[in-house]
Design a protein around this ligand. Structure first.
Ligand code: FAD
Length: 388
């Protein structure tokens, strides 16, 4: 392969570029990114960077020695897999011999959002800058969506001394993917830190003239707000692949267990944009977590260079972490498979918690608060089960 193009200059794209060079690939590598920034780490965005504990440049990955050609601020707009050409918004046509798709996801938008100032999202560096500039200690902030990002921002803003933070979600508790046991405890620690929770209710409409002034809930309550963070989950960045002939599942690129896009030999996909058949799941899954993008970026790049019978299976146990106040939440396993979540240990004073996730009685995952070593043990146990 003389020329490999990586589309998406995020974590998976960066790890793919590193892996190509580490494998001794000596051809040309082009990294195409729609943002102007070199690849950076997203987890600190809702935590240390928003809190002002680190600066923007601290989030950048080391990339000076990668020997790649950067094409930044250049969105890819289409892909022709027959001719092996990517087209960019600038009109440039980029031929490739091997392609890594790593375009990640973006913050999901509210349908028919009124044209008012004061709405924010949190996916990239520029979003953090605008949120930081807008927020004041006296701000009234409404966060729509109590998933991981909504909860982390609520915790960070309270840490910054923002007086009025309201978390709103249709779900009965925060971070519903972690189950009711974790969710109830998360609701309790957010309330203890002064976050107002409005759960089990939805937004009826946003009010304001020129800028947003309030969020009207379905149950009739009016939440006055100067700022609204829309933390509604994410959508895959695959519009540019719509006519490519690649198979998309729920908008994500369908790969085989080797991260190779189904129906191709020279296209791999990695990270938040890709779905693959994980051995512990039934059917393809998309894992929207940091460690998955890291592992998949590396494995996808290595497999692109290898003969089919030499390829590695992507089968790492999914893991995740989140920091909120003095609680480090960690999980291992495919939690979406779980039919039961059971508390097996708890120390509210510390605070610490261990919750097991089961499906049909078999362990499929675990979640902990402040129990680092315990989650590593679960991770090992789940990995060993995959080998049986
Ligand atoms: P991304 O990092 O999204 O990178 C994709 C890149 O491709 C982006 O730069 C995007 O702009 C670019 N792109 C999109 N479309 C195009 C196009 N057409 N042409 C060119 N470029 C394009 N995970 C955890 O496990 N723990 C955490 O604590 C945690 N915290 C997070 C906090 C925040 C605020 C966010 C946003 C995410 C967090 N995550 C966390 C998730 C984790 O960061 C992601 O799983 C990871 O960044 C995915 O990497 P990726 O390379 O697949 O996608």
């Amino acid at each position: 392969m003389r020329r490999i193009v990586i589309v998406g200059a995020g974590l998976a794209g960066h790890r793919a570029a590193e892996a190509l060079r580490r494998e001794g690939y000596g051809g040309r590598v082009l990294v195409v990114g729609d943002e102007l920034h070199r690849p950076y780490d997203r987890p600190p965005l809702s935590k240390q960077l928003l809190a002002g504990a680190i600066e923007q440049h601290d989030t950048l990955y080391a990339s000076d020695d990668l020997e790649v050609d950067w094409m930044l601020g250049e969105p890819a707009t289409s892909l022709d897999i027959e001719r092996r050409v990517i087209r960019l918004a600038s009109g440039v046509a980029l031929p490739y011999d091997g392609l890594v798709i790593a375009t990640g996801r973006r913050a999901r938008d509210w349908p028919r959002l009124p044209e008012l100032d004061g709405f924010h999202r949190l996916r990239g560096l520029d979003d953090v800058r605008s949120l930081r500039q807008a927020v004041r200690p006296t701000s009234r902030v409404a966060i729509v969506g109590a998933g991981f990002i909504g909860c982390e921002v609520a915790a960070t803003l309270r840490g910054l001394g923002v007086e009025e933070v309201t978390l709103i979600d249709v779900a009965p508790h925060p971070m519903p993917v972690l189950g009711a046991e974790v969710g109830q405890r998360a609701a309790a620690f957010h309330q203890a830190h002064g976050v107002r929770l409005r759960l089990g209710t939805s937004v009826a409409m946003f009010e304001g003239s020129g800028r947003v002034e309030a969020v009207l809930l379905e149950d009739g309550e009016r939440i006055a707000a100067d700022l609204v963070l829309l933390a509604l989950g994410s959508a895959p960045n695959t519009e540019w692949l719509a006519d490519s002939g690649l198979t998309l599942v729920k908008g994500t690129v369908l790969c085989d267990e080797y991260c190779v896009a189904v129906g191709t030999e020279d296209v791999v996909a990695a990270g938040d944009v890709a779905s693959y058949p994980h051995p512990s799941a039934v059917g393809p899954i998309c894992v929207e977590h940091w460690s998955n993008a890291r592992d998949m970026g590396e494995i996808a790049a290595r497999n692109l260079l290898r003969e089919p019978d030499q390829r590695e299976v992507m089968a790492a146990v999914p893991t995740f972490w989140s920091d909120q106040y003095d609680v480090k939440i960690k999980s291992a396993g495919v939690l979406s498979l779980a039919d039961t979540f059971t508390v097996v240990e708890e120390d509210p004073e510390r605070p610490s918690l261990v919750v097991e996730a089961h499906r049909d009685g078999a362990l499929v995952g675990a979640i902990v608060f402040n129990r680092n070593r315990t989650i590593i043990q679960y991770q090992r146990q789940l990995a060993e089960a995959l080998l049986v």
